[in-house]
Design a binder for this molecule. Structure first.
Ligand code: ADP
Ligand code: MG
Length: 319
């Protein structure tokens, strides 16, 4: 039976060239580059709460890092160093091998080095802490939205919630859309490059983890402004066509969580630059509304400009 130290050596000790000192001592040592502010975030994934028992280990390794990368992207920070804390029910080496493969695969693509962590026995739980750098004064915050800003969303939301609704047996999504929705849920692609490109263009940003309207609500509250959102403009994901219940599908788009798109606001004069960013990244950026002066609420409007009811956020399909 492998010891804790064998496991760390075998699965979590790849070289970390960007650190002064990586895995193996009591602490890792890192040096921020001149003029950079450190951005730090942590997220915990618990079996049964954040993922279903039996979820593919490679996807879990990917997602545990992806959710943190998404937070850094939402601040306009470049990811650098990760710490990984694991509680494992047993030393299952094929699980560890797959988990490490998913984690390091995404880390390598995003320029992240794993520099430390903790490994213990217990009910399966994964906590990743991620440290990034952002040029001083240029972080994208939730409190920067200005009246007159356009509201933008990257890609499209809804597929993660559709995937979850399918896995819980509430709806039936047919292939090939089914695999796409489940992949969105289990192995989301964080918008890392977009986050960096939004520095100096966006006034505020957040990543969509709780639902598009709920996360817009956080920007509105912290910025002290309201929003008009044009429901017809909100991008519909490909998987939506495969859902027989279109009202439910629209709820997934506006209120489903776990998509990890970026929602941001920018002044109208940034539209041209954002079109270039979208073309460079091959990622749709869609204008879905405007920030307005007033109470911190989002008003959904139909094509005629009439206010329509906001689909219930926090619906238990998504939790
Ligand atoms: P300590 O008892 O001093 O906290 P540990 O025995 O917990 O040290 O860990 C030994 C080394 O291995 C440390 O450098 C720690 O950061 C690293 N480490 C432990 N678990 C992990 C892991 N899951 N991923 C990466 N590094 C790890
Ligand atoms: Mg320790």
């Amino acid at each position: 039976m492998a010891s804790e130290f064998d496991l760390i050596k075998r699965y979590f000790s790849r070289p970390a060239p960007s650190a002064v000192l990586g895995v193996g001592d009591d602490c890792a040592l890192v040096q921020a580059r001149p003029g950079m502010t450190l951005a730090m975030t942590t997220d915990m994934l618990l079996e049964g709460t954040h993922f279903r028992a039996g979820t593919d280990a490679r996807r879990l390794g990917h997602k545990s890092l992806a959710v943190n990368l998404s937070d850094l992207a939402a601040m306009g920070a470049d990811p650098r160093w990760a710490l990984l804390s694991l509680a494992l029910p047993r030393a299952d080496e094929s699980w560890l091998d797959a988990f490490a493969g998913g984690f390091y695969g995404l880390a390598g693509r995003c320029g992240v080095d794993l520099i430390g962590g903790d490994t213990t026995r217990g009910p399966l739980a994964i906590s990743v802490t991620l440290i990034g750098e952002v040029p001083a004064g240029l972080a994208l915050r939730r409190d920067g939205a200005q009246a007159g800003d356009d509201i933008w969303i990257s890609g499209a939301t809804g597929e993660a919630a559709l995937g979850l609704a399918h896995l819980s047996g509430r709806i039936d999504i047919v292939e090939p859309f089914r695999s796409g929705c489940i992949e969105r849920l289990e192995a989301p692609e964080p918008r890392v490059d977009l986050g960096g490109r939004l520095r100096g263009l966006a006034n505020s940003a957040i990543d969509v983890s709780d639902g598009l309207l709920a996360d817009l609500g956080h920007i509105l509250e912290q910025s002290g402004a309201g929003a008009d959102v044009w429901v017809e403009q909100i991008p519909r994901p490909p998987g939506m066509v495969a859902c027989a219940d279109q009202a439910l599908a629209l709820e997934c788009v506006t209120s489903g969580g776990d998509d990890y798109e970026l929602l941001f606001t920018a002044p109208p004069h940034a539209r041209g630059d954002l079109a270039v960013v979208s073309a460079d990244l091959g990622l749709a950026l869609t204008r879905i509304g405007s920030i307005v002066a007033g109470e911190p609420v989002a008003v959904l409007r139909d094509a005629g400009g009439n206010s329509i009811p906001v689909p219930r956020p926090g619906f238990d399909h998504f939790r």
